[in-house]
Design a protein around this ligand. Sequence first.
Ligand code: ZN
Length: 484
Amino acid sequence: MEIRMIVSLRQLGVWTVLLALSSVHPPAGGASELSEAAPRLLGAAARSPEAYDRLGELCDNYGHRLSGSAQLEAAIDWTAKLMREYGFENVRKEEVLVPHWVRGEEGAYLTSPAKQRLHILGLGRSVGTPDGGIEAPMVVVESFDDLEARDEKDIRGRIVLFNVPYDGYGRTVRYRGSGPSAAARKGAVACFVRSVGLPGMQTPHTGALRYSEEDPKIPAAAVSREDALMIARMIERGDEVIAHLEMQAHTLEDAVSHNVMGEIPGSVHPEEIVVLGGHIDSWDVGQGAQDDGVGCMIALHAVRLIQRLGLQPKRTLRVVLWTNEENGLRGGAAYAEAHADEIERHVAAIEADSGNGRARGFRLDLREAVVGENSDADSLDLLREEGLQFLDTVGAQLRSVGADTMRAGGSGADISPLARQGVPCLGLDHDASEYFRIHHTESDTFDRIIPEDLNHNVAVMAIMAFALTQMEGELRGLRSRHAP
Ligand SMILES: [Zn+2]
């Protein structure tokens, strides 16, 4: 059963008949178009050095790109220029006010049991220390529950270290987000969080914290896994561990930044839009190569590839490079707001934001709003099932390169405001087994990008984007503008 049949029946609103007719074969027009385009896209991507070369220029010529920095705006201007050079249409920047956090100088060391330097990176949005720093005894906790169980007198006036082993990003990252305020609530004067990522080499991973409104804002930093384990061992032995932390981190007035976008207008339905993109901002360490310069170049060159081969998307393909994903998500929010009047005409949105591991397929992210108001409780499940069936028809073209795994899951932070408003969203599903070793670190550099994997990812993205521009009907549910 392919989407052509699903959608035409959905237009009648006949959900039960749909299931009963699942063995009916749809006409094959769209499918054969895709099966002709897919090998050409794969072949052309494999031969093109463009995505790799341009990513190298982005990383080396602009460096890391934190919101509020001149490098970020220069990189945004460069990508707009690149889109124009490639012949994309409607290339434009859209203004976004973004938080302007500045790290400043920072450092930490132990003064007891022996003086030694710690490997830290202040957490994004953290406040700084007073001049001269903070020096205090340390206490180690293993979890939020462990912190809760401690006597307040054992926390007050101390620096709390959350020594939480990495157990998958989603599960561990909450200590970075909420740990500092939880520690402050019990009287801690500063907070260290064991680096949230796979074991590196004395490599702290930064990332954003979220202060609660009620609690005092205390300075917070990621500390390398090796240093966290050492401090835990010292305390286990009964040593008094005293740390000195100095951070000049501070937040300035919001700064002007931009989302940047360009298009290939659709040849049949130019008003219907398939968005694909990544985020152009990065943390202020490394080069933002895997997070997420590469996602930007994957999306941009997927469109470039379709255009170079002379394929004619029926719907408009729009590449969007969002700003401020890392410490505010203002770019994604601003895009959804600025394009509110055409959200209904967003047929799908795809984000690449998990590094450059080889894509294995896509995650399909359909939220409540996708089924519209006239749906029953089962509609979302049914729609997900149908959506995955459509993705599988695209996956058939990706089987030979191992990118045919389609599953339900999250898509991307920048397109989540679209997903919440009912736009069917997809995430490029990379092999992320190495990504969490280097993302948000000084090690996120261009030399770790494998060109063959990048070209694979560009082709996989291009094939899915092209399929979405050509499919008949929509993945969206009963509130589709085609619905009766
Ligand atoms: Zn990212």
